[in-house]
Design a protein around this ligand. Sequence first.
Ligand code: FES
Ligand code: MG
Length: 578
Amino acid sequence: MTDMEKTGRRSQAWFGAAGRGGMVYRSWMRSQGFGHEVFDGRPVIGIATSASELAPCNVHLTEVAEAVKRGVWQAGGFPLLFPTMATGETLMRPTAMLYRNLMAMEVEELIRANPLDGVVLLSGCDKTTPAMLMGAASVDLPTVMVTGGPMLNGKYRGQDVGSGTHVWKFEEDLKTGRMTPEECFFAEGCMARSHGHCMTMGTASTMACLAEALGMQLPGSAAWPAVDMRRMETAQAAGQRVVRMVEEELRPSRILTREAFEDAIRVNAAIGGSTNAIIHLTALAGRVGVDLGPEDFDELARAVPTLVNLMPSGRYLMEDFCYAGGLPAVQAELLRGGLLHGERITVTGRRVAEDVADAERVNPDVITGLDAPFQPAGTGTAVLRGNLCPDGAVLKQSAASPHLLTHRGPARVFDSPEAYHAVADDPDLDVDENTVLVIRNAGPRGYPGMPEVANVPLPTRLLKAGVTDMVRICDGRMSGTGYGTVVLHVAPEAAVGGPLALVRDGDPIVLDVPHRTLRLDVPDAELQRRREEWRAPEPRYTGGYTWLYTAHVEQADRGADFDFLRGSRGHDVPRDSH
Ligand code: FES
Ligand code: MG
């Protein structure tokens, strides 16, 4: 009997192989100083790190990885650290989202191609968390995620400042003269004062919380600040746990069930999470064969009040959320209200209800209760339909202005975000506060990559006149830290001939969020005439990754994954390399 037959571990197809093959697999590994005992059939755990100086939110993951390694050794496993690409939100152009699918492909292929029995995923910045989960889900080896944790609260002149959220506020203050350029320069540094990802409830914090809500990271992990030593503790515990998960054959496919996604959607509503979660959860669900559509997000979330009072919808930040009890406190409260599936299992091997049994809401101002929630049920993210968005669009109500949730106004159309920015400061720009700003060609194919450009700043003249919000409509996304009455993710996008492509200046647009509709008040016959005139843009890319992306990316309502990446491709041991 070979060692692989004894343990059933795929790593033994490499390290337990007889003859020249096994020698090659072992010998080069021993150059790192490992003794031969590491090849004895113990679980080999890959630690995928997205640490990179080009992704500042993830740079400290190298230290987190050391804690994971310790845990793996302690539990009798053999840890091997490997780097993945990092989709840093702040630097990558045209948008980190363009590269989420590439990172997911890389993670998937690296796991499958190597002698691994289990995986720990180290992520942080927005897209790195869904990318890693998507890739790992398509391999389906036992997997634990450890997110890198949020930065400490930003502090400027005695006030909390939130990453992302305050960028927009500072920009408005600068434009209206409430802040000097020098003050603004100083404030930048105050906003990002430690390692970690954005500490607002933006996309990174949201996805970290949802990884925990799905059951893919240890209870309580999402909230520990990046520099809190308890993050190292939780990382070490994750290393220990993944070794047991290999023995238990506890795989993502057993954790990422329909019920898990329903819970994640409800948790997203309760934390006031990012609209980007809709895209990422839909894409992840596609990897594990769970069918999620836009309406699931609206219908499941409708009964859930927003419990967490964090920016951009509220006033606190992730550090406060951590001290207030973190995600388990939110889950416990939702369970109490019958709003979660308490019976499903998580990476702990226990039921959700057991995982959060000891959770406590320490500060009810930060994590409110169901009896007196921060925002009532039904005020979460709405999914709209209508002749302007036949496949859906979303609007984050908690970040919008109540008076604009039902609105009729004339369209002012811009064929790109740049076209708008070029005139936004123009004192003669022909718009007023009733105008609906339409920003198009910012979808998955059109931009490409569906960037976070939808919440364009208001025209300077109107800002100076005291206008605080206007309806904006876009086929792109909005940063999870953004705010405003912004209709996002319009599908199909303009670049594939969606109705957004047919809007002309002056067309009346009717937004009715209570009835979940978005309509272009133009006769069907006229729209049909415009549709016949519409010409698809010339393909801009003839090669490279961007060509692959535009050829295969799906629309927003399908999660903007590649059509050929849906589903799992398993973890069979590939053919021998020698
Ligand atoms: Fe990386 Fe916000 S920019 S998490
Ligand atoms: Mg972002």
